[in-house]
Write a protein that binds this ligand. Sequence first.
Ligand SMILES: *[C@@H]1O[C@H](CO)[C@@H](O)[C@H](O)[C@H]1NC(C)=O
Length: 292
Amino acid sequence: MLLKLFSTFCLLIGSSTAQTACNGNAALCSRQYSNVSQIGTHDSAFVGSLPTDNQGVSVADQLNAGIRFLQAQTHSFLGEIMLCHTSCWEEDSGLLTDYLSTIKTFMDANPNEVVTLLLTNQDSIDVSDYGTAMSSAGLDKYAYTPPKQLALSDWPTLQELITANTRLVMFMDYHADTSKVSYILDEFTYFWETPYDVTTPAFPDCSINRPPGSNGDGLMMIVNHFLDLDILGILIPDDSADTTTNAATGTGSIGAQADLCTSLHGVKPHFILVDYFENGDVFTAQNTLNGL
Ligand SMILES: *[C@@H]1O[C@H](CO)[C@@H](O)[C@H](O)[C@H]1NC(C)=O
């Protein structure tokens, strides 16, 4: 009897701890969304080992491993929105709706996780078509719609997003229009980014590349921390450098570039995009940035 009571007690403790963890850590629950640092997967849908690939494990496994920021490139192809790399003739990673369904499945099974999705839209596809894809995947039900344009200090905490079950925060680089789809937020209203296509292994730069002319005030920071190799003017991911590039500390590491960014801009990076996140020590870097 005592043993039974004890084990019931342990179960209760166990489940309440699980419920109070937000994105894997209870200390993050009370933090505002705008005050959390997260590692993200650059070109999350391009999985494989070809020069056009950027990740080594599937999107489902990226989420299962703890990645909570996904960036993906979309294109228009034969009347559909597809995940393609520059062009669908070069690399075609399937339908956007399938990709969104993968995220939905993860979010259904993991109610204490806040996921951020950043889509690129170089082909100027009407944002309403993304809204249709979101509804058909059922992912729109988790999407967070801010009550107004948020300043850094206005963002909800992770716990607030979890409690409201609006745990998907979604951005688009170009052609967002919240009058058409309220939850697809304009990336550069909320963020600035460092340059991408970096070919210097030491990542000695943390300048503001986009939006042009921005001084970064009031915006969150996205750091493009993936290394490319320049082969006669064609840039391909430098996979051989991943363990150094994705290390937590040392020259060229996530930690080193994050420190540079923090010293230049007075705030820690919010999102750091990497290739092949499973090589290196990205979660140690993330925990360090979050003071965990
Ligand atoms: C979170 O807030 C702390 C304390 O003000 C600050 O040092 C840190 O840079 C912030 N992190 C982010 C990602 O905003």
